[in-house]
Design a protein around this ligand. Structure first.
Ligand code: PLI
Length: 458
């Protein structure tokens, strides 16, 4: 077994509390069987998300002390702008307090009723921001992405034929931009190849459609390109990143992922007019353009985080830690999505709990079982998150994949934590027949998984 060793040592520790099974039973019932409602202190290993949960380095913490909290023209903004431009290359860099605000600013500016945004797969906040602003969110990833057994090196690639068909069907005037999510979170943290990016660009050039990136996990995507794509083995990660973004007209970024910080984001954009419109909206809802909803110290931590995330020792450890967890699960025959992605392991709940039908939310049932068994928090990415009522038939429509995501926070948990998680899951798998399905008792009209309440079916 290959153990990924950490390219850092631990200077500060955060104690974790262990709970009893009885305590967890009471807490999960009180939470309406929704792990978003659990107090974080009652969780032993929190794999809900890799977003905003990274451990910052000593260099980043030192940067916080250099925060310049001037309302306008903070020195940290200039450092941030210089760093982002150096990696991403876009002309205008607009800070926001997190990724979904970047999405909201972009889509509320460019979308008109009836417009369409193609993507490989929209993340849930991206889809919601497109739809809320009158657009239609199209997921056009390659078909292989929907088969959890296919071992494709770039399963995040957009399907160019599907894209061209969409352009012909809706017309280029109804497509203000195409997004590529790198890595493709909702499809398993799978990378997009540079070849696919180049081809997408060429196709869009024919129609004059801009290409944008949802760049949350761009460094992890670059690592996979270096590892898997011919011609990139000897290229530094930063050069790969620059090549990716050279094909784009802009990006949205949640720095809470590959910015290695707890809060922050930005929009990068080349179009002057669009940048001006977005900036005006930013002033209305986020703040002055040199802080965009963040403190100066946060901007400094992002600048430093973006430089650290390009370090190959770090990326090698990061990807290997996730892979190691996946390999331990595979050794115990636990069904997971293949190949193992960049930031998370995705348990294939449909196969794991084959006795629970999709309308009883097997992925949610598995998420609850993980908490009950071991105090581990994961997130459902299946019928609860993406299921919805068809407006015409009123029937519930379910997504193709029914997954539980174990997102690994960056630089937070040790190998021993991963062994603990693998053992707990393998144990549930051995006793899977005991896990029961759920029904919804309350749901909100958008992004229902955050506040849903459920009842166990006997
Ligand atoms: O959580 P935000 O608002 O900083 O970022 C939104 C967002 C946009 N795109 C993608 C691909 C994401 O993964 C994303 C946030 N992801 C979360 C919260 C996650 O748990 O994966």
């Amino acid at each position: 077994m290959f153990f990924p060793s950490e390219p850092f040592r631990i200077k500060v520790v955060e104690p974790l509390r262990r709970t009893t099974r009885e305590e967890r039973e009471e807490l999960i019932r009180k939470a309406g069987f929704n792990v978003f409602n659990l107090p974080a202190e009652a969780i032993y290993v929190d794999l809900l998300t890799d977003s905003g949960t990274s451990a910052m380095s000593d260099n980043q913490w030192a940067g916080l002390m250099l925060g310049d909290e001037s309302y306008a023209g903070s020195r940290n903004y200039y450092h941030f702008e210089e760093t982002v431009r150096d990696i991403f290359g876009f002309k205008h860099i607009i800070p926001t307090h997190q990724g979904r605000v970047a999405e909201n600013l972009l889509f509320s500016t460019i979308l008109k009723e009836g417009m369409v945004i193609p993507n490989n797969i929209h993340f849930d906040t991206t889809r919601a921001n497109v739809e809320y602003n009158g657009g239609k969110a199209l997921d056009l990833v390659i078909d292989e992405a929907y088969d959890p057994h296919i071992d494709h090196p770039f399963k995040g690639n957009i399907d160019l034929e599907k894209l061209e068909r969409a352009v012909e069907e809706y017309g280029p005037e109804r497509i203000p931009l195409v997004l590529l999510t790198i890595t493709n979170n909702s499809g398993g943290g799978q990378p997009v190849s540079l070849e696919n990016i180049r081809q997408t660009r060429q196709l869009l050039n024919k129609y004059g459609i801009p290409l944008f990136f949802d760049a949350c996990r761009f460094a992890e995507n670059c690592y996979f390109i270096k590892e898997r794509e011919q011609g990139y083995q000897n290229k530094p990660i930063k050069e790969i990143a620059r090549e990716i973004f050279s094909h784009g007209d802009g990006c949205t970024m949640s720095a809470k992922k590959d910015g290695l910080v707890n809060i922050g984001g930005f929009i990068g954009i080349n179009n002057d007019e669009l940048a001006a419109q977005i900036t005006n909206r930013l002033i209305l809802i986020e703040g002055f353009p040199t802080y965009g909803g963040l403190a100066g110290r946060d901007l400094e931590a992002i600048s430093r985080g973006l430089q650290e995330v390009l370090n190959e020792d770090y990326l090698n450890y990061r990807i290997s830690q996730v892979r190691h967890l996946g390999q331990m699960l595979e050794e115990n025959q636990v069904p997971i999505l293949k190949p193992i992605g960049g930031h998370a392991i995705y348990l294939n709940a449909r196969e794991f709990l084959a006795h629970i039908p999709q309308h009883q939310y097997p992925a949610q049932a598995l998420t609850v079982a993980l908490y009950r068994e071991a105090g581990i928090r994961a997130v459902e990415i299946g019928g609860l998150m993406f299921g919805h009522k068809d407006p015409q038939t009123g029937k519930e429509v379910y997504p193709e994949l029914e997954m539980v995501r174990l997102a690994i926070p960056r630089r937070v948990y040790t190998t021993q934590h991963m062994v603990y998680v693998a053992e707990a899951i393998s144990n549930i798998y051995r006793n899977r027949e005991q896990v029961k399905g759920f029904k919804i008792t309350y749901e909100a009209p958008v992004l229902r998984h955050f506040t849903v309440r459920l009842e166990e079916i006997d």
